[in-house]
Write a protein that binds this ligand. Structure first.
Ligand code: NAD
Length: 335
């Protein structure tokens, strides 16, 4: 199998590439990544030495480039996206361009060149907030923020390409991933790096928002399973992580980083912050998925990775007049 991984220099994509390159039946892996602010080529520093990996710096919005690489691969795992909720509050058009139009450009190429499997990687956030119960794959989509709305739109376009043109699409919707190599704007690396610097972290509201935390390697195992065994036209929720309020998560990170609650500052909630996501994941379990990583072990590994990689810490904004956009990025609550 020759696999095209879009967004393969990002957080989840790079873990998936590490996994795929070890698989006996994978002949080549081609990464197509624009290396936006969120892409880190160094996430693939070891893999770049492999003759089985081709790295292409380019955007999924470039139709000719996409055609060229889709034609030369048998399957696609599509992860390239704008992925940060807070940024979507002030740069929504970029989210629509990349997440919606970029996905459609890829699907169009997949249709024309007979791609054998198209795994479209999405998120639990498309279901919107649930005060109780769990979302199943057939539930209506009720996204509340531009990021989740752009992902929901891309899910529907992907499924329409299956329905209309027979493109063998599978959609995955996972809960929040954590682990090494994540861009430092997201809550776990942001909190960890602030705490390791001896600085405060900001918790929105009362820290009552609930997220399900899944180790990135578990998500990648599920993605590979869907790549191999998924049924075309189907959606797979990928859950099975640990449900935590942001406050409980903060408590664990304080303990891991040797800090206490004096390092936590409460701030008013952001303009839109879904209270809880929760999914039923029995369908992916029936396909053979079972998470293998524990939160204790995974968080310890993650904190250790950031301790050893100060090059991946976010810049410090000591100037209170720092651009608003940057401040929005450094004071966040959700992933
Ligand atoms: P990320 O932001 O770390 O990585 C995204 C990658 O896409 C980056 O390397 C970036 O350079 C690349 N990219 C952005 N725009 C591009 C473009 N126009 N063309 C080519 N490449 C482009 O994101 P992530 O956390 O690794 O998420 C990957 C996918 O998984 C996304 O689709 C996201 O919506 C989804 N997802 C993420 C999570 C999570 O917790 N991180 C949970 C569920 C779903």
């Amino acid at each position: 199998m020759d696999v095209l991984v879009t967004g393969g220099a990002g957080f989840i994509g790079s873990h998936l590439v590490k996994q795929l390159i070890r698989a006996d039946d994978v002949s080549t892996v081609t990464v197509l990544d624009a290396i936006t602010y969120a892409g880190h080529i160094e996430n693939l520093s070891e893999e770049l030495h492999s003759s089985r990996l081709t790295f292409v710096k380019g955007t999924i919005l470039d139709k000719d480039l996409v055609d060229y690489y889709v034609q030369r691969n048998t399957v696609i795992v599509h992860l390239a996206a704008e992925s940060h909720v807070d940024r979507s509050f002030y740069a929504a058009s970029t989210f629509v361009m990349t997440n919606v139009l970029g996905t459609q450009i890829l699907l169009n190429a997949a249709q024309r060149f007979g791609t054998e499997r198209f795994v479209h990687v999405s998120t639990d956030e498309v279901y919107g907030p649930l005060s109780s119960g769990v979302a199943t794959e057939g539930d209506p989509l009720r996204p509340t923020v531009p990021y989740a709305a752009s992902k929901a739109a891309s899910d529907l376009i992907a499924l329409s390409y299956h329905q209309t043109f027979g493109v063998p699409v599978c959609v995955t919707r996972s809960s929040n991933n954590y682990g090494p190599c994540q861009h430092a704007e997201k809550i776990i690396p942001l909190f960890v790096t602030n705490l390791l610097r001896g600085e405060q972290v900001t918790l929105h509201g009362q820290g009552e928002h609930i997220r399900n935390w899944l180790h990135v390697e578990d998500n990648c195992r599920a993605l590979e399973l869907v790549l191999r065994k998924g049924v075309s036209g189907e959606i797979y929720n990928i859950g099975g992580g640990t449900d935590l309020t942001n406050k409980a998560l903060t408590g664990r990170l304080l303990a891991e980083c040797g800090a206490d609650w004096g390092s936590v500052r409460y701030v008013p909630d952001r303009r839109s912050n879904d209270i809880r996501y929760a999914m039923d994941w029995s369908k992916i379990r029936a396909l053979g998925f079972e998470p293998q990583r524990t939160l204790e072990d995974g968080l310890a590994e993650t904190v250790d990775w950031y301790r050893r990689h100060p090059d991946r810490w976010p810049p410090v904004h000591r100037n209170p007049e720092a651009p608003k956009a940057e401040l929005a990025v450094t004071t966040l609550a959700g992933a």
